[in-house]
Design a protein around this ligand. Structure first.
Ligand code: EPZ
Length: 418
C-alpha cells in the first residue's frame, strides 16, 4: 500500500484549479444506464472511485471511452444486471445503479454494500422509496434482488431524512416511471442539481431540484446529451483550509463559491481573510484565527465532508472549538490520528472539543476514510518534522494527484509506492 512522506513547515502559494466533483460524476455516470443514447461528459475527475465505477459499468456491457477528463458512454447494450460484492464494497455509490436498472429493465441484483469506516451506511431510505414506485426487493445470499412487475409508477415519496444517495436513486428511477413522482424532504446538495441538469439534457422532465421538493414527470425515452460536471466543492474547501493552516496566500480557481457559503461564513467568523468572486476565491495570509463551534448538517448547512479538514484548522486557532457531527455516527476517526500529531481533541458522543494553539509534530499516522486522510495531510504539512501517512488509497478515491497538486504549490510531499 502506498504511503505519503510529508515534510512539514513549508508554505504554499500560487493558484490551483479545482477538478470535477466526484459526488456529482458518480451519479451522473450511473444515470447513463437509463438511456440507449450516448452521454458525453467533461470535467470528470480522474479519481479511483470514478475509475472503479467505469470498470463496473463495463461489466454490464456499457461502452465507455475515457480520455483524460472526458467520458463517452453508451448503455444501449446491457448484458448483465448484477454487481458483485468486491466492487460494491469498494464503492458504496454502486447502490445508485438500482434506480436506473429497475426503471429501464425492471430488474437489478446488487451486493449489499456493507458499512464503511464512517458508519453502517444503511440503504433503507433507498429501498423504501423505490418500493413506493413499485419495485419489490428480496435479500438473497448477501445480494439485494430488485424486481418490477411491469413498469415503475410515479408516486409521492417523503424521505425521513434528506439522504443524498436515496434522493439520487429515487430521482433516476422516476425519470422513466409512468406518471408524476414527488420527492419531499429531498436532499438539496449541488450534486443533486448537477445530476438533474444532466438528466434534463437527456430529456427528463424535472422541477424543484435543489429545493426540498422535486417533481418528476416520467418520459418514455431519452436522447443523447453532453454535460460538464460541476467542480468539487469539498476539494475546493480543502485547499482554502490548507492555505489558512499554512498562513499562505493562495488563489483557488474553477470553484462555484456559492456552493461554499457555509464554509466561507464559518472561516470569516474565525477571522480568515478571503475574497471571493463567482468562480474563484483568494486566501490572504496573516489572519489570526480564533475558535468557533459548528454542527454539520445537510446542504446548505456545514458539509460533513469538510468536518475533518476544519478540525485540523481549529487545532491551530486561538481558543477552544467544538464540532458536532450530525450526519454520520462514526466520523471522528481522524481524532486519534490528529492527536498523534500533537492535537488535543476529546470526543464525547457526537461532539469533538478541540483545544487550539497546538503545534503539530511529525509522526506515523494511518488514513481511515477519504476525508479523514486529507485532514492528516493538512496537519502534516503544518507539522515540525516528517510525517508518514499510511493507506493512501483512501485519499486517491477523492483527490486527483493530491501530492503533485500540493507539491506544485510548494508543499514537500512524496509518494512511496509499496
Ligand atoms: C453522500 O453519501 C456522499 N457520497 C458522502 O460523501 C457525503 O458525506 C454524504 O452524501 C452526506 O453529504 C456520495 O455522494 C458518493 P446520505 P450518502 O445518504 O448518499 C443515513 C465522501 O467523502 N442513511 O446523505 O451515502 C446515513 O447512514 C462521501 O465523498 C440512512 O439511514 O449519504 C447517514 O447517516 C462520504 N438510510 C445519513 O443518512 C439510507 O437509506 C446521510 O447519508 C441512506 C442514508
Amino acid at each position: 500500500m502506498d504511503k505519503l512522506i510529508i515534510k512539514g513547515g513549508y508554505t504554499i502559494s500560487g493558484s490551483v484549479n479545482v477538478h470535477g466533483a466526484k459526488n456529482s460524476a458518480l451519479p451522473i455516470i450511473v444515470s447513463s444506464l437509463l438511456s440507449e443514447k450516448t452521454l458525453k461528459l467533461s470535467n470528470v475527475p480522474n479519481v479511483v472511485d470514478v475509475l472503479n465505477l467505469i470498470k463496473l459499468l463495463k461489466n454490464y456491457g456499457v461502452k465507455i471511452e475515457h480520455k483524460k477528463n472526458k467520458l463517452k458512454i453508451n448503455s444501449s447494450k446491457i448484458n448483465n444486471l448484477s454487481a458483485d460484492y468486491d466492487v460494491v464494497r469498494k464503492m458504496r455509490a454502486s447502490i445508485l445503479i438500482l434506480g436506473p436498472l429497475l426503471s429501464r429493465f425492471g430488474e437489478a441484483r446488487i451486493s449489499l454494500p456493507g458499512g464503511c469506516a464512517i458508519g453502517t451506511r444503511p440503504i433503507d431510505i433507498h429501498l423504501t422509496g423505490l418500493s413506493k414506485l413499485g419495485a419489490s426487493f428480496e435479500i438473497q445470499n448477501g445480494f439485494i434482488v430488485g424486481n418490477v412487475k411491469s413498469q415503475l409508477v410515479g408516486n409521492s415519496i417523503k424521505l425521513p431524512f434528506p439522504s443524498v444517495g436515496a434522493t439520487e436513486n429515487i430521482l433516476m428511477a422516476s425519470v422513466l416511471a409512468k406518471g408524476e413522482t414527488k420527492i419531499s424532504n429531498a436532499a438539496r446538495e449541488p450534486e443533486i442539481e448537477d445530476l438533474s441538469n444532466c438528466l434534463i439534457k437527456m430529456g427528463a422532465k424535472i422541477e424543484g431540484y435543489g429545493t426540498k421538493t422535486i417533481l418528476v414527470q416520467g418520459v418514455t425515452n431519452l436522447k443523447k446529451a453532453e454535460h460538464h460536471i460541476i467542480s468539487d466543492r469539498i476539494v475546493a474547501g480543502t485547499y482554502i483550509i490548507a492555505a489558512l493552516m499554512l498562513n499562505s496566500a493562495l488563489e483557488i480557481k474553477y470553484v462555484n463559491t456559492i456552493y461554499l457559503k457555509s464554509l466561507i461564513n464559518v472561516l470569516k467568523k474565525m477571522g480568515a481573510k478571503l475574497k471571493e468572486t463567482k468562480n474563484s476565491i483568494r486566501v490572504f495570509k496573516g489572519a489570526k484565527l480564533k475558535s468557533t463551534s459548528i454542527s454539520t448538517s445537510p446542504y446548505p448547512g456545514f458539509p460533513t465532508d469538510l468536518q475533518a479538514q476544519l478540525m485540523s484548522l481549529m487545532c491551530l486557532s486561538d481558543g477552544k472549538s467544538k464540532i458536532k457531527e450530525t450526519i454520520f455516527e462514526n466520523r471522528f476517526m481522524h481524532v486519534p490520528e490528529l492527536n498523534r500529531l500533537g492535537a488535543n481533541i476529546t470526543v464525547e458522543k457526537d461532539v469533538a472539543t478541540i483545544i487550539g494553539n497546538q503545534t503539530f509534530k511529525g509522526a506515523q499516522v494511518m488514513a481511515s476514510d477519504l476525508r479523514a486522510s486529507i485532514s492528516l495531510v493538512l496537519a502534516a504539512m503544518n507539522a515540525n518534522g516528517q510525517t508518514t501517512l499510511n493507506r493512501v488509497y483512501h485519499l486517491d478515491r477523492g483527490y486527483e494527484n493530491i501530492e503533485k497538486t500540493l507539491g506544485s504549490l510548494g508543499a514537500k510531499i512524496k509518494r512511496k509506492k509499496n
